[in-house]
Design a protein around this ligand. Structure first.
Ligand SMILES: [Zn+2]
Length: 135
């Protein structure tokens, strides 16, 4: 089992905001890993100093889910750093089911329109080459 965790995961651990399995896994890892304990100490220190990650703020204030259009922009990679960090956290650490489903849906729609575009281009190429075939 891996004993490396993202700071955001440790933050969520401290807030007891992870699924039970993950909470147990981190507790277990903390018992055996000096480096993870060090890492947790740093996270706790930062919190005591009043430095909060977007994830911690999200949990504290229960900010709402991003809009579907924001999720779309996130997938296209056109959001700025803070916004995309927030959405990544929302999806990967908070594991919001609603947004995860939305993203899967958006990805499927994107994949479908990509393949339509390719088919369309092929058709156009075929039509334009028909006239140039030797008689
Ligand atoms: Zn959500």
């Amino acid at each position: 089992m891996s004993d490396t965790y993202e700071t955001s995961e440790l933050e969520a651990y401290l807030d007891e905001a992870l699924p039970a399995d993950d909470m147990a896994a981190i507790e277990e890892a903390l018992r055996t890993s000096d480096s993870l304990r060090e890492q947790l100490k740093v996270v706790v220190g930062r919190r005591d100093a009043g430095i909060h990650t977007i994830g911690a703020i999200w949990r504290r204030h229960r900010l709402s889910c991003p809009q579907r259009t924001e999720l779309g922009s996130y997938l296209m990679g056109i959001l700025d750093g803070d916004q995309s960090d927030y959405i990544r956290f929302h999806l990967e650490v908070a594991r919001c089911r609603v947004c995860t489903a939305s993203v899967a849906d958006l990805e499927a729609a994107q994949a479908a329109s990509d393949s339509e575009e390719v088919t369309g281009r092929r058709k156009k190429y075929f039509q334009s080459s028909v006239g140039h075939l030797p008689k």
